[in-house]
Design a binder for this molecule. Structure first.
Ligand SMILES: [Zn+2]
Length: 251
């Protein structure tokens, strides 16, 4: 009888020890899982940070999601951030927006427009369509970050690549408060054809009107950063003054 009780006690003790061991193992597993989850979360954040590659001017620019149409008019009744009546007065252009991508159309909001920058493509005899394709190709080649809101071809045609309520990558320090226009050219001195020039004047006048800007707010890329762009107007500053006078005349 005594022996039987002793056996039962021993078995009970063995059972308790085994139970305690199992609890200890379970606790350790819970702690281990928690630590691993923490490490994984930290790793995910690190990788995410590394994937946001810095762009040409060094700042990190995450790609923001846009709707399938890629047009982010925030309020009803506005088109590309402009009132419907202002927008309706725009000169003829072909709307051919770039695919949202971090190399030429980051899809980030353009909060204000203080200046309009004029550029030349620096690629003689290339058409507006070809230059638009180049901007589009950057999403695959990752060659550089570059784009403009508009490209004017040497026949005077205008292609809109980026909506006016989004930034383009055109003037490194001024992408968040300016609109940029690229001009094609056929002459070695970088001068524009009459057709390009006329379209440029018309587009600039419309932009000046809708953003309430003065001719002095129209700048050469050269005026911000010193790049010889647009070439002809950096080498012929008097012609640039003349262009601005023409803008002023009508406005
Ligand atoms: Zn330029």
């Amino acid at each position: 009888m005594e022996n039987q009780r002793e056996t039962v006690r021993r078995r009970e003790a063995v059972r308790r020890r085994a139970l305690a061991r199992r609890r200890k193992i379970r606790r350790r597993r819970i702690i281990f899982t928690g630590v691993m989850a923490g490490v994984l979360a930290a790793l995910c954040l690190l990788i995410k940070g590394m994937l946001q590659e810095p762009s040409v001017d060094g700042s990190v620019r995450p790609v923001t999601e846009l709707g399938s149409e890629g047009n982010t008019a925030p309020d009803r009744g506005t088109i590309q951030g402009l009132s419907a009546s202002d927008y309706a007065k725009h000169p003829d252009w072909t709307e051919d927006f770039l695919t949202v991508n971090e190399y030429s159309r980051p899809g980030e909001a353009l909060p204000k427009v203080k200046n309009i920058f004029v550029h030349y493509t620096a690629n003689i005899n290339t058409s507006a369509a070809q230059n638009r394709s180049y901007f589009e190709s950057l999403k695959d080649t990752h060659e550089t970050s570059a784009s403009a809101h508009f490209i004017i071809g040497y026949d005077g045609e205008i292609i809109q690549c980026v909506p006016l309520d989004e930034i383009a990558y055109a003037v490194q320090t001024r992408n968040y408060d300016s609109v940029s226009i690229e001009c094609c050219y056929r002459s070695k001195d970088g001068s524009f054809t009459q057709e390009t020039y006329d379209s440029l004047i018309g587009l600039l006048q419309w932009l000046m009107e809708v953003y309430d800007l003065d001719a002095e707010d129209v700048l050469r890329h050269y005026d911000c950063g010193g790049k010889k762009c647009p070439l002809y107007y950096t080498e012929h500053p008097e012609e640039w003054e003349h262009l601005k006078e023409e803008l002023q005349d009508v406005s």
